[in-house]
Ligand binder design. Structure first.
Ligand SMILES: C[S@@+](CC[C@H](N)C(=O)[O-])C[C@H]1O[C@@H](n2cnc3c(N)ncnc32)[C@H](O)[C@@H]1O
Length: 470
């Protein structure tokens, strides 16, 4: 082995160790969901106990409300537990990771672990044949204000292979449980098994922040519940209509291809597939990929699951019933939605995966929805989008410019290029785009439609065409 090969191997081992570490944190956050939520309920109870007798009397229903919280938390945990049981990690999670005292570890400390050409692909085309696989496999947004840049734990797969739906799983616990029935012991036992299989450290369990898990729960509503339909109509429908307009002569034999970077929980990528495109979602957050994989791969029937997404906010609630309303999902069964063959999800950092010679001129369309502002360097995103498109290919974008790294407390070495819409469009023109259509679309993002507070974006929506080189 040459010195270079030796270094490369050590480097890969280091990357894998770091990815395992990162993945353990995310699984811990999911496992820790119920405990973190219970802490909130205890806090409500403590405050209630501080009330005078007279005030307590006026709010005498609150103790029952606290118990209601606990039942909803159990139901949410039940879903999470099923999802984790179905998760087949891309690594042997039982191994003790060893950093070899490698001094480069600091370079990765921001959680962006993806390396060049490292990606993890999942092909959902097996579903076109209409079967629900019995097996378990992995693939894998936040409310922008609370989650920006933080649901960003990166998957990678150095094997660089497309992963087909498999029938083997190292992490499968195969416990067929269909109803929560408030059986918290069963949930705890199952979570303990996942902890064991993934070799999770107790300290990690206690210290992992839980905001991202709550973001995922809200994203489930956006992408996969009837209640999210209005938001999907605001964001996804105009994009789908544009694709339909721009590719009127799609044929099944040679469907056009469409890449969806920052695909979140995968609904838009799925809808594009159903429209007759070879669609590929790209996503770098394990939080997202674990959940999207479960919904896309494991759903047996529409509305199979029930969660209570709105229990985590006491503010701006019109009534307790609003706060405790259940949401069933997914509203459709992905397997029977009419996917076009070749639908896949590719895990990894957009920049790392697609800034590659193989990807040059590979796509007929790129669709970015609430994605551009996730960049450290938006110019680099635009450059890569231009590179991966064929000449004459189209880029449809919808979203605000709420730059995820625009944080004055960020470490000095962290880059965040925060340009205006006008400048972003100028950059696009420099990369060979011409504007075909542009407008502003008013929309929400993972909003609770019954909240007294609604954040609305006036999102940029455009179609640009990559001019053929002369
Ligand atoms: C605001 S969310 C939007 C998700 C989805 N497009 C939607 O409209 O619901 C942005 C998504 O991009 C993902 N993301 C951010 N940076 C990324 C990167 N460099 N590569 C791949 N995905 C990324 C995040 O994990 C997140 O799921």
């Amino acid at each position: 082995m040459s010195r270079e090969e030796g270094l490369q191997r050590r480097y890969s081992r280091l990357e894998e160790a770091l990815e395992i570490k990162s993945l353990r944190r995310i699984i811990s956050a999911y496992i820790n969901y119920a405990d973190a939520a219970e802490e909130d309920v205890k806090r409500y109870e403590r405050s209630f106990r501080k009330l005078s007798r007279e005030h307590k009397g006026l709010l005498s229903h609150l103790p029952l409300k606290f118990q209601r919280f606990r039942r909803c938390i159990s139901a949410n945990s039940f879903f999470i537990m099923n999802m984790l049981q179905a998760f087949d990690p891309p690594f042997d999670m039982s191994q003790d990771i060893d950093f070899d005292g490698h001094s480069d570890i600091g370079r990765f400390s921001n959680g962006h672990l993806c390396t060049h050409a490292s990606h993890h692909m999942q092909d959902y085309s097996a579903y076109v044949k209409g079967s629900v696989p019995e097996s378990i496999d992995i693939a894998s947004g936040p409310e922008l204000s609370s989650c920006s840049g933080s649901c960003d734990q990166t998957p990678s797969n150095r094997n660089n292979e497309k992963q087909e739906i498999s029938s083997e799983s190292s992490c499968s616990l195969v416990m067929n449980m269909n109803t929560p029935n408030g059986n918290t012991n069963l949930i705890d036992e199952s979570m303990d098994k996942v902890k064991l299989i993934c070799n999770l450290d107790a300290s990690l369990h206690d210290s992992t922040p839980n905001g991202n898990v709550r973001c995922i729960i809200r994203n489930i509503v956006r992408d996969w519940a009837v209640e999210g339909q209005k938001e999907r109509d605001q964001c996804y429908k105009p994009i789908l209509e544009e694709l339909n307009r721009l590719f009127p002569d799609r044929c099944k034999e040679r469907p056009p291809s469409c890449l969806v970077p920052g695909a979140g929980l995968g609904r838009l990528a799925l809808e594009i597939s159903c429209l007759g495109f070879v669609s590929q979602g790209n996503e770098f957050s394990y939080y997202m990929m674990i959940c999207s994989s479960f919904i896309l791969n494991q759903t047996e029937a529409a509305n199979q699951w029930i969660i209570y997404p709105w229990i985590h906010g006491n503010c701006n609630s019109l009534s307790d019933d609003d706060q405790f309303r259940p949401i069933s999902f997914p509203d459709i069964q992905p397997a029977s939605a009419g996917i076009t063959e070749g639908f896949s999800m590719c895990g990894g950092d957009f920049i790392e995966v697609y800034n590659d010679m193989d990807q040059e001129g590979a796509w007929d369309a790129v669709v970015t929805c609430f994605f551009l502002d996730t960049a450290h360097n938006i110019v680099e995103y635009i450059e890569i989008i231009s590179k991966v498109l064929k000449d004459g290919g189209v880029w449809i974008n919808l979203g605000p410019l709420l730059y995820h790294f625009a944080d004055s407390c960020a470490p000095e070495e962290e880059m965040s290029i925060e340009i205006s819409l006008e400048d972003a469009k100028k950059v696009a023109l420099q990369y060979g785009f011409e504007i075909e259509m542009e407008k502003i679309i008013e929309t929400t993002y993972t909003a609770n439609p019954r909240s007294m507070m609604q954040n609305h974006y006036y999102a940029a929506f455009w179609t640009m065409k990559k001019k053929p080189r002369t």
